[in-house]
Design a protein around this ligand. Structure first.
Ligand SMILES: [Zn+2]
Ligand SMILES: [Zn+2]
Ligand SMILES: [Zn+2]
Length: 151
């Protein structure tokens, strides 16, 4: 699912942010490549194609701002890189953020949408009096392609 430039403009305005080219481009690149989980450098390479005068420092600043505004999420996939993905508002009616399946063989990261954690969260609240606002889940294993190759 892709979001139009107009919708991004609205989102920035709603957050009280000025609509600038670099902000729009960073959001667009992240939305277009939503399953890639890009680093700031990856984003820079793509934004540069449309906006050659942009610098990496601007990308970092823009990402920081979009993070604070919760338009973008930061994820750590344990490969020593900080990666970014478009925020959960893009998933429409379902506000839930996807989980990540990480292949230990080829390093691919697959998004996984189903949650099934409501019961666990309710249990945590009951047992610990701790109200869960969010969670982050990573599963490590071997993807279908790698498993088939091994056969
Ligand atoms: Zn794999
Ligand atoms: Zn993701
Ligand atoms: Zn979840």
């Amino acid at each position: 699912m892709s979001i139009s430039k107009e919708e991004f403009k609205e989102m920035l305005k709603e957050k009280g942010l000025k609509v600038t080219n670099q902000r729009l481009l960073v959001l667009e690149v992240l939305a277009d490549q939503r399953d890639r989980h890009m680093t700031a450098e990856d984003i820079y390479e793509l934004v540069k194609e449309d906006y050659p005068e942009i610098g990496l420092a601007t990308i970092y600043r823009t990402l920081q701002l979009l993070l604070e505004m919760q338009l973008v999420d930061r994820i750590n996939l344990d490969d020593g890189c900080i990666r970014y993905e478009i925020g959960e508002f893009c998933d429409g009616e379902n506000k839930h953020h996807h989980h990540h399946l990480i292949c230990r063989t080829c390093g691919k990261v697959l998004p996984f949408k189903d949650d099934l954690l409501d019961e666990l969260e309710a249990h945590i609240e009951e047992a610990m009096g701790f109200h869960v606002l969010d969670h982050e889940l990573k599963f490590y294993g071997q993807c279908k392609e790698c498993r088939e190759k091994k056969k």
